[in-house]
Design a protein around this ligand. Structure first.
Ligand SMILES: *Cc1c(COP(=O)(O)O)cnc(C)c1O
Length: 462
């Protein structure tokens, strides 16, 4: 299973080369790899992943990264610029999430390494802030696995509430039934990764207030696009700090914030909860150690690039991109709805998922894959989704989607009638390969393939 990308094209380093190679040679190799990899998503046929896709904007952010890539954010006395960048990224995002509506507390936040980082920090804050012996959180089934990861790492029980199969929104009564004295937080998504739909956050807010528990809104995906949808007049329900029960929000700068990969924001209604994350060891022989969150050293470059990308785009830039994405998604959703055999799940706006009651939707996935599309596979029920990003807004992409889909449907009908099994399966991140529940071993091999080089494996396994 493990393949060794580029082993046949470029020199493989099993040990550190004795003498360094030339910069030109290294750059030439990397340019070749980058160009080959960019060529795929530039077609606009890859769901999600590359949210911005504007090489000019990337080059600008990379230039700003270069000025501070070597700066350690932990040493603020040497790099006070990090305080400016981090503070302003947080202030701008708090503003976007209507922290101005907060009364009786001072909002605050942290910049983390990604959506998972923000969710981990949030759950740690709820655990330590509440001080329960056996803490639990209640999440919609559709909430991101990062919450399960937090439960696993921090010893928090994760209780799962079902969603309505038609709206794909969490069943708030089921959430209420799962709350007890040891519940430290409820979770809602705006929107969720699978269906792009938004949980009934206003109802969850009421419930959280009445039970005296926290409510984390996972806006990792929607945080930098939904507010602009609201400004553009789309029917986007309020999900932010305007709802009094919302105590924290995660919003990813490295998704629809269009930043370089490696940053996300975690925002708190009351910075007192954020401060629970502070770590100090004042008795260490190495000196008094303190860090605001889980990470130690962090790069000033990512803060600078994130900040620069945000102020370069401005509200009008985000609004313009959001408008194009919503419009493209509307066209693509229309194409899906034009086929009576297909069914869109819930009422999505920028990421949509669809299934079929007449055939296994993975036949459609297979056909679309043959046409160069990289959709994301889902399960229970089998479905596929497309997260519309800026590469899909390029001319002709939505039209190509509609045209390929129009051929995929009769293909699926034919395959189903012939009793053929589809070739693809559901893996987050889209690694295809006919997966079943018993595919544990296969999945472990996929992960080993991400980490192991040819040389770190025994010869027999190469
Ligand atoms: C992507 C995503 C996450 C996790 O973010 P990473 O940046 O991949 O760690 C969490 N929640 C939602 C809804 C997401 O889409």
């Amino acid at each position: 299973m493990t393949d060794f990308p580029y082993a046949d094209r470029f020199e493989v380093h099993e040990t550190l080369p004795e003498d360094g190679r030339s910069r030109e040679e290294i750059l030439a190799e990397l340019r070749e790899m980058a160009a080959a990899e960019d060529a795929f998503w530039e077609t606009g046929k890859a769901s999600g992943t590359v949210y911005c896709g504007d090489h000019d904007h990337y080059a600008f952010m990379t230039e700003t990264y270069g000025l501070f890539g070597h700066a350690n954010v932990l040493q603020r006395d040497m790099f006070p610029s990090a305080t400016k960048f981090e503070g302003e990224i947080l202030a701008m995002t708090l503003d976007l999430m209507h922290a101005d509506a907060v009364t009786g507390a001072t909002p605050g936040g942290v910049v983390t390494t990604g959506g998972t980082g923000s969710i981990l920090h949030a759950m740690l804050a709820y655990r330590d802030g509440a001080g329960r012996e056996r803490p639990n959180i209640v999440k919609p089934e559709t909430a991101h696995p990062a919450f399960d990861k937090a439960g696993h790492l921090f010893g928090i029980e994760v209780r799962e509430a079902p969603v309505d199969p038609h709206t794909t929104q969490v069943d708030v009564c089921a959430v209420a039934d799962l709350i007890d004295m040891d519940t430290v937080a409820l979770i809602g998504s705006a929107g969720n990764y699978g269906y792009g739909t938004i949980d009934p956050i206003a109802e969850l807010s009421e419930l959280a207030l009445s039970c005296g528990v926290g409510l984390h809104v996972d806006a990792c995906l929607g945080g930098f696009i939904l507010p602009f949808g609201e400004e553009l007049g789309l029917d986007i329900p309020v999900f932010d700090f305007r709802l009094p029960g919302v105590t924290s929000i995660s919003a990813d700068t490295h998704k629809y914030g269009y930043g370089l990969k490696g940053t996300s924001t975690l925002l708190f209604r009351d910075s007192a909860l954020r401060n629970v994350l502070y770590f100090l060891n004042t008795g260490w022989s190495g000196g008094k150690y303190l860090s605001p969150g889980i990470e130690g050293s962090r790069s000033g470059g990512l803060l600078a690039a994130t900040w620069a990308g945000m102020v370069r785009l401005g509200r009008s830039g985000y609004r313009r991109h959001a408008g194009q994405i919503f419009e493209t998604a509307r066209q693509m959703i229309g194409a899906v709805r034009s086929h009576t055999e297909l069914r869109v799940l819930g009422e999505p706006t920028f990421l949509f998922s669809f299934t079929s009651d007449e055939f296994d939707i993975y036949h459609v996935y297979d056909f679309m894959a043959g046409r160069g599309w990289r959709l994301n596979g889902q399960q229970y029920p089998n479905a596929v989704h497309m997260a519309v990003t800026r590469p899909q807004t390029r001319p002709g992409v939505a039209e190509a989607f509609a045209a390929d889909l129009a051929e995929a449907v009769p293909y699926a009908i034919k395959q189903q009638a012939a009793g053929e099994a589809p070739m693809s399966g559901a893996v987050y991140g889209g690694v295809p390969g006919g997966l079943t529940d018993e595919a544990d071993d296969f999945i472990r091999q996929v992960m080993a393939g991400m980490l192991d080089t040819q040389q770190s494996l025994p010869p027999a396994a190469r």
